[in-house]
Design a protein around this ligand. Structure first.
Ligand SMILES: [Zn+2]
Length: 348
């Protein structure tokens, strides 16, 4: 399997050791699921999504080395600085935090929260405002700087879950909003989460669904793939399996995501006609690449003007229908930490 990757870079530095086993079940047999070419940016090159024949997890190969991966999480990854209609966007973001809080409080009404991959800390601050002992953790210094810049009772930590000593069985609620797919060692990670949660505590993860209708319809263009930043790609089955093996009992799988699914489907559909990928999000963030000529830009804007009003409602309806049939483009999984003893050894 040959990969053209980072033409000017030393592959031994750029690429982590080849994945030889499934990061979820440690099975050694996996097959090509989807070839992906990233044509622009520092991670341009050819990648493969591989599917484990044992547990079904899909994961990216080659996986970039952590220092290079870290460079793909710049400030704009977390919080765009160029969004138009900022007031409206802020209102939407507040409503998203409120919706998340209501959903998790159905399972655990109050207590100690750890939000992993907290980004700019909106959810953590929102929960602190509603009486939670809320802590956020993120490996992005830029995100943490913004999170800590606001007055809040929330606490923020820098680094990964393995960089800090948490009191065992002390956390009531662990949340990961579109974060778990960025973690390349889910077995170890879920075990670590379990150890720091109290028995009966609740774990919530929202992830793209590789078996959702949107992924099936748009293939390699699906926005939820985000190669090579997304290291693993879950389905409801693989995520539930991983959680159960790590000592959790799955409570609910929610397939409805009005925040992500319709936009992701629209974005991925328009990429079929745009001259370059991600033109819609680049335009929304007012970050059109410098090498886009006025003529090329005019074509893409015209394509958006013609197709956008037709596709947008179709994407809303399609996403909603898919969620009704358990094929949502994004899922939220709620799981309870079991009360049984040490973390069980995962089966291969
Ligand atoms: Zn596996």
């Amino acid at each position: 399997m040959a990969h053209r990757l980072l033409e000017a870079a030393d592959l031994s530095i750029a690429v982590a050791p080849a994945v030889r086993s499934c990061p979820l079940c440690a099975g050694g047999d996996h097959r090509l699921f989807l070839p992906i070419t990233v044509s622009r940016g520092p991670a341009a090159g050819s990648y493969e999504l591989r599917r484990c024949t044992t547990c079904g997890l899909v994961f990216v190969e080659p996986r970039l080395a952590d220092p290079l991966l870290a460079t793909l999480y710049d400030q704009d990854f977390y919080f765009s600085t160029g969004w138009p209609y900022r007031g409206f966007a802020e209102w939407i973001m507040r409503e998203i935090q409120r919706t998340r809080r209501r959903r998790v409080q159905r399972y655990v009404p109050s207590g100690r929260l750890l939000d992993i991959g907290c980004g700019d800390g909106r959810f953590v601050r929102h929960m602190a405002e509603h009486g939670w002992q809320a802590t956020g953790i993120d490996f992005s210094a830029a995100a943490l700087t913004l999170a800590q810049s606001r007055d809040s009772a929330a606490r923020f930590l820098y680094g990964s879950l393995f960089d800090h000593d948490f009191e065992p069985a002390s956390v009531d609620l662990v949340t990961l909003w579109q974060v778990l797919e960025h973690i390349g060692e889910p077995r170890e990670f879920l075990g670590r989460c379990r150890d720091l949660m109290r028995p009966g505590g609740v774990f919530v993860a929202a992830v793209p669904n590789i078996e959702g209708l949107s992924a099936r319809l748009t293939g390699e263009r699906w926005w939820g793939l985000d190669v090579p930043r997304h290291l693993v790609h879950y389905s409801p089955r693989t995520l539930c399996h991983g959680l159960e093996e790590a000592g959790f009992t799955v409570l609910k799988v929610n397939h409805l995501s009005l925040q992500y699914d319709p936009y992701a489907l629209l974005h991925s559909s328009l990429d079929w006609v745009f001259t370059r990928r991600h033109f819609l999000s680049d335009l929304a963030k007012q970050q059109i690449a410098a090498d886009v000529s006025p003529l090329e830009c005019a074509y893409n804007v015209a394509a958006l003007a013609v197709l956008g009003p037709v596709l947008a409602p179709l994407c809303v309806v399609t996403s909603a229908a898919a969620s009704c049939f358990g094929r949502g483009g994004f899922i939220e999984v709620f799981a309870r930490r079991d009360g049984r003893g040490p973390v069980p050894k995962l089966s291969h």
